[in-house]
Design a protein around this ligand. Structure first.
Ligand SMILES: [Zn+2]
Length: 358
C-alpha cells in the first residue's frame, strides 16, 4: 500500500483516479491490484479495508479519496459535491488553513450551490469538523490488525489464514509456510495453490477482462493463461522445471494440476535431507515466473529462459545464505551441485579457505 501511494499518489493524482483514467497497461496492473484485494472470496476487501489513514499534517492524504475519517472516502459519500469541487486532487492540507492555532476547512465549488447541495455541504462539514490537522506530524497509513499499526505481509498472511472458512486453505498454508522464504513469497505460493492469483483466466472469470482474446498467456500468447498453463504447461516454465530437475539430479514430474505437482514435488529428489531445498526451489521458480510474466506484461520486458534459470539459482542461493548459517558454500558450488551444498559437505573446504585468508 505504501508503494501504491508513493508511486501513484504523487503529482496531485490519486491512485483511485488513476484506476478510472487509465486504459492502457497500467489499468491492467491496477485491476490486478484490485484483484489481489478480492483474492480471498470470503474476504473481499481484506487488504484495502485493513488500512486507515491516521491524519497528521494532511500532506499525504487525499481529501476526497482517502478514508481518513474511518467511514469511507468522501468522494463516494458525497459524489455530487466531489463533482463540484474545485479541489478534486487536493490533499487535506491544501483544503484549509491554520488560523491562530486551530484548523479551518476551506471548501470551494465550481459554481454557486443549490439549497439541497448546501445541505450536503453542511453534512460534510459536520463529519470533518472534529478532525484536527497538526503540523509536524506526518500522515500515516495504519494497518488496523496490528496494535502498532504496522503492516507486514506476515500479519496479512496471518489474517488470511485465520479468516479461512471451510476451505482446505489451512492445510495448504502449513505446507507453504517456509521459514527460508520471505513471507510475501510464501503468501504468493499459498494463493497460487488455491488458484487465487490474478491470471488472465481468473480475471476473465471475475469479469475484469471481457474479451477471450485478452486471456491469452502473457509469455507464449498461444494458450489461455490459467495457473496450470502459466506455471506447468507453458513452454518456458516446462523448460525451467526440466532445467531445475537436471540441476538437482532429479527427474521432472509435472502433474495435471498445481496442487498435485506441489504434493509430489518432494519426491522429485529422493533424499529427505534436501526436501527443504526443494520447497525453496518450488517457491522460487513460481515466484520468478510470476515476476517475469508481470515485467513482460507491464514493462514489455522480454523473457530469456536461460537468464531466468540463473536468477532462480541466484535467488535460492541468496535465501539459503541469508537464513541458514550452517550452510557454508559459494554460488558456484551451489550452481554445480546444490545437493552437496545442502548436505554440508563443503563446510570443511570453506574453513580451509577462511584459514588461508586469515
Ligand atoms: Zn504460455
Amino acid at each position: 500500500m505504501k508503494i501504491i501511494s508513493a508511486k501513484y499518489g504523487k503529482g496531485g493524482k490519486h491512485w483511485m483516479d488513476l484506476i478510472k483514467e487509465n486504459n492502457g497497461g497500467g489499468s491492467l496492473w491496477w485491476r490486478d491490484v484490485c484483484c489481489l484485494d478480492r483474492v480471498n472470496e470470503e474476504n473481499v476487501g481484506w487488504l484495502s479495508e485493513g488500512f486507515r489513514m491516521k491524519i497528521g499534517d494532511g500532506i499525504a492524504t487525499s481529501f476526497w479519496w482517502d478514508d481518513w475519517g474511518g467511514e469511507g472516502c468522501l468522494a463516494n459519500k458525497f459524489p455530487r459535491l466531489y463533482s463540484l469541487s474545485t479541489g478534486k486532487e487536493k490533499t487535506c492540507n491544501q483544503m484549509g488553513n491554520l488560523r491562530s492555532g486551530s484548523w479551518e476547512w476551506k471548501l470551494s465549488w465550481r459554481r454557486n450551490l443549490f439549497e439541497w447541495e448546501a445541505e450536503e455541504v453542511a453534512d460534510l462539514e459536520r463529519m470533518i469538523e472534529g478532525v484536527k490537522i497538526t503540523q509536524g506530524w506526518p500522515d500515516k497509513w495504519e494497518w488496523i490488525h496490528e496494535k502498532e499499526g504496522q503492516y507486514s505481509s506476515k500479519s496479512a498472511y496471518h489474517l488470511l489464514r485465520t479468516d479461512q472458512r471451510g476451505h482446505n486453505g489451512s492445510s495448504i498454508f502449513k505446507r507453504t509456510w517456509n521459514t527460508i522464504l520471505p513471507s510475501k513469497v510464501s503468501a504468493f505460493n499459498w494463493q497460487l495453490l488455491l488458484d487465487r492469483i490474478p491470471t488472465k483466466v481468473n480475471l476473465l472469470k471475475r469479469g475484469i477482462i471481457k474479451d477471450l482474446e485478452e486471456s491469452k498467456c502473457v509469455i507464449c500468447k498461444e494458450q489461455e493463461e490459467d495457473s496450470v498453463h502459466l506455471f506447468l504447461r507453458c513452454k518456458l516454465t516446462r523448460w525451467l522445471w526440466v532445467a531445475c530437475a537436471k540441476w538437482w539430479g532429479a527427474e521432472a514430474k509435472l502433474d495435471i494440476d498445481i496442487s498435485k505437482t506441489f504434493d509430489k514435488f518432494g519426491d522429485w529428489s529422493k533424499e529427505e535431507k534436501t526436501r527443504q531445498g526443494w520447497d525453496c526451489i518450488w517457491s522460487t521458480v513460481v515466484w520468478t515466473v510470476w515476476l517475469a510474466r508481470n515485467q513482460k506484461l507491464f514493462q514489455h520486458k522480454e523473457i530469456n529462459a536461460g537468464k531466468l534459470f540463473e536468477l532462480i539459482q541466484l535467488r535460492s542461493f541468496t535465501r539459503f545464505k541469508a537464513k541458514n548459517d550452517r550452510y557454508v558454500f559459494s554460488l558456484s558450488d551451489w550452481m554445480v551441485n546444490p545437493t552437496e551444498c545442502l548436505r554440508g559437505h563443503n563446510a570443511g573446504r570453506t574453513k580451509k579457505k577462511l584459514r588461508l585468508m586469515g
